[in-house]
Design a protein around this ligand. Structure first.
Ligand SMILES: [Zn+2]
Ligand SMILES: [Zn+2]
Length: 247
């Protein structure tokens, strides 16, 4: 129904779920809603980093800390359903009110606090094998100033794998060392793309992604360059090319 790591607007979500116009908006805009026996939770999260803990909703590693509505308590029927492990909870997040939501997958309640508001720590079952291996995205090639169509495989867009990769490597470009926070300050914090280094042609049925061995954080320029060839250059090759051309 929804694909982990993909972006969805509320409009997309209504259309995928076939929500009639009379049932749109309202509770959908309040943070969580039950629809046809499943629960849909929309979470605005603080940006990762030093200040992350000042937000009520934030990622800590691969766990998502979340506060329900201000007046929530565990006796409320909807909260009871959220805590019920056998009811599916679809979790969507975004870091900016204007962005579409990212589908994080089905959340499992790892811990909860019987407080008002109710606090829940979500964990996610992570599918190491996305349904579609390759997808085309347009990546703006900043060096040439034009859009280049590249094949990016969906491992690169799996938010869970991405977080594990960044947790290990940080958000500095693995190839050229570019750090968006250093260059752009606050708005650059946490910004980086992720590249999957195993060529799609080498991925067999039994392949399971290792977010730390198989993924590297990469800036959009290096990302565009690494995909200049198909199969992509290896990180080592691209590093060498960069070195050779810059003395
Ligand atoms: Zn780079
Ligand atoms: Zn890539």
């Amino acid at each position: 129904m929804f694909k982990v790591g993909k972006y969805y607007t509320k409009k997309d979500i209504y259309s995928i779920l076939n929500v009639p116009p009379s049932k749109q908006k309202g509770a959908w805009d309040t943070g969580y809603r039950e629809y046809k026996g499943e629960i849909f939770i929309f979470i605005n999260i603080g940006v990762e980093g030093r200040t992350g803990h000042n937000y009520k909703n934030f990622w800590h590693g691969d766990l998502l800390y979340w506060q329900a509505k201000n007046n929530s308590n565990i006796k409320q029927p909807l909260i009871k359903k959220i805590l019920n492990q056998s009811i599916k909870k679809h979790i969507f997040t975004r870091t900016d009110n204007k962005d579409p939501f990212i589908y994080e997958g089905l959340g499992n309640v790892k811990e909860f606090k019987d407080t008002t508001p109710v606090e829940i720590v979500w964990s996610f079952e992570y599918s190491s094998r996305p349904e579609k291996l390759a997808e085309e995205i347009f990546l703006k090639n900043l060096s040439e100033g034009k859009h280049q169509k590249i094949l990016v495989n969906s491992y690169e867009r799996n938010p869970y794998a991405r977080r594990l990769c960044i947790k290990d490597f940080g958000t500095k470009c693995y190839i050229c060392g570019f750090n968006f926070e250093e260059k752009y300050g606050e708005i650059g914090k946490g910004f980086i793309q992720v590249h999957h280094i195993i060529p799609l042609s080498e991925i067999g049925e039994k392949y399971i992604i290792d977010p730390i061995k198989d993924l590297i954080p990469i800036c959009p320029n290096c990302h565009a360059m690494i995909h200049r060839r198909n199969p992509p250059f290896s990180p080592k090759e691209l590093k060498r090319i960069l070195r050779t051309n810059n003395g």
